[in-house]
Write a protein that binds this ligand. Structure first.
Ligand SMILES: [Zn+2]
Length: 321
């Protein structure tokens, strides 16, 4: 009898588990924390777990691929059972080197971090910020993207704030739907949980430099929201207002996130050139930026059609050895 059960149960067990997994709501995320566990993954590649958390009762890690600048979620047992990376191996990876380059002095108050591609690239990087806003998502931007003579999904980096998600659950669901339908390929950039802003305060005491801000909670809170929504964060952060100082940048480095600025904030009159990180706001607060983006797309239409230039995912902006 016992032997019979061991032969027959696994099949039914698998069936039951797969049915239950499909029907149950996603398990809640808890205990979301930074980590740094470099290890040797498949093919001898150096990887590192940089976040740990509980998904229901299961211990999980977010594991960063330092060549693709992308996360995957892994069971903690698989990470902890892997051979540890040799001393210093993580620091020599393309990601760790890029992080060091973009978080070292000087520490300008405005626009610190990656502002354009580090190597010649045949295209542009589109970033759109979703700061808190009373207005709905500017869907015109996505209609413009979908109309481009370029192969889908179209890469776009969306700098997401948690407060915007809470204000616009339907727009957020629509964006997730666009990504799931592979109209767009979204790099979800962390733009902080609450995106504090005081219109009366000077930059040095505004945004995440305001009084009483818990920077780590702002960073990890937004990531946790993404993970709860079934999305993978990216290892990129855009400072609200593009405002930061040495303390914030060093804290960001310790959390293994690269700051991303822009050299082509369209509404400020900056014009894109190849390799530019273009900045617009998709939160309805900057129609002038969207208008200028439409003009830019119109000017580029023929180069896009000929594939002389394309839109590129943010990870391809990094390229120094
Ligand atoms: Zn913002």
């Amino acid at each position: 009898m016992r032997g019979c059960r061991t032969r027959t149960l696994p099949f039914f067990l698998i069936l039951i588990i797969s049915m239950t997994a499909a029907e149950l709501p996603a398990a809640p995320i808890a205990d979301y924390r930074p980590a740094l566990v470099p290890f040797i993954g498949e093919g001898g590649k150096v990887l590192a777990a940089t976040r740990r958390f509980l998904r229901g009762a299961e211990a999980r890690f977010l594991v960063l691929d330092p060549e693709r600048f992308a996360f995957r979620e892994m069971d903690s047992q698989a990470v902890l059972a892997a051979p540890p990376a040799p001393d210093g191996a993580w620091r020599e990876t393309p990601f760790a080197r890029a992080l060091a380059r973009h978080t070292s002095p000087p520490f300008p108050l405005q626009n610190n971090g990656l502002r354009e591609a580090e190597r010649p690239v045949p295209g542009f990087f589109l970033t759109a910020d979703l700061c808190p806003s009373g207005r709905p998502l500017d869907r015109v931007l996505f209609a413009e993207l979908a109309a481009l003579p370029l192969k889908k999904p179209l890469p776009v980096a969306l700098a997401l704030s948690g407060r915007w998600v809470r204000q616009h659950p339907e727009d957020f669901a629509w964006l997730k739907g666009q990504a799931a339908a592979e109209t767009i390929a979204v790099t979800w950039v962390n733009h902080s949980l609450t995106h504090p802003y005081d219109p009366a305060a000077p930059a040095e005491r505004n945004f995440l430099l305001g009084p009483g801000i818990d920077f780590q909670a702002e960073v990890l809170g937004l990531e946790r929201l993404l993970v709860e929504e079934g999305l993978l964060p990216s290892p990129f952060f855009r400072f609200p207002g593009l405002v930061s100082n040495q303390r914030l940048v060093e804290e960001l480095a310790s959390l293994n996130l690269v700051p991303v600025g822009s050299n082509a904030w369209l509404a400020k009159g900056e014009r894109p050139r190849p390799g530019s990180i273009i900045l617009v706001h998709a939160n309805g607060n900057e129609p002038e930026g969207i208008r200028l983006l439409r003009e830019f797309f119109t000017r580029q239409r023929e180069t896009f059609r000929q594939r002389d230039a394309v839109l590129l995912p943010l990870r391809e902006a990094f390229g120094q050895p």
